[in-house]
Design a protein around this ligand. Structure first.
Ligand code: RP5
Length: 160
């Protein structure tokens, strides 16, 4: 892959089965990305290093997935001016309600774009990243619009 425009970080390797959905739309639309395990709690220094330098490395959008006490997206957003899209990963005990509340209830002044819990949220995080990048990339915008049209065309009119 080229220099990554999108960085997908997740709190644990165990989040990958959910977060790989974010890579699907990026691959389909030809957007370069990287994937990394960065934990707010287990590797706080790695998070600091990543978030405070991501913009210098050419990353334009960050997607952060985590479960449980999911502070990853908010803490990343606290240390970068890049847009951060949050994906609440379904947790073992509360089915992701804890992840959702941890991510969505940000204090005023530090924003994250929180998606749905689980795989649909991860996929839409990739899609939202493309939409952000397409604002200043006409070729990507055309590919995105074609992708959307093809999705619409793929919805059957009648139940089969
Ligand atoms: C969070 O704790 C991770 O994002 C993951 O969703 C959850 C469980 O992590 P593991 O115990 O599976 O590594 O930090």
């Amino acid at each position: 892959m080229n220099q990554p425009r999108v960085s997908i970080i997740m709190g644990s390797q165990s989040d990958w089965s959910t977060m790989q959905a974010a890579t699907r739309v990026l691959e389909q639309l030809g957007v370069s990305f990287e994937t990394r395990v960065v934990s707010a709690h287990r590797t706080p220094e790695r998070l600091y290093e990543f978030a405070s330098t991501a913009h210098e490395k050419g990353v334009q959008v960050i997607i952060a997935g985590a479960g449980g006490a999911a502070h990853l997206a908010g803490m990343a957003a606290a240390m970068t001016h890049l847009p951060v899209i949050a994906v609440p990963v379904a947790s073992k005990h509360f089915q992701g309600m804890d992840s959702l509340m941890s991510m969505v209830q940000m204090p005023r002044g530090v924003a994250v774009a929180c998606q749905a819990v689980g795989e649909a949220g991860a996929f839409n995080a990739g899609l939202m990243a493309v939409q952000m990048l397409a604002l200043a990339d006409q070729e990507l915008s055309t590919r995105l619009q074609n992708w959307r049209a093809s999705q619409t065309d793929g919805v059957p009119n009648e139940v089969e």
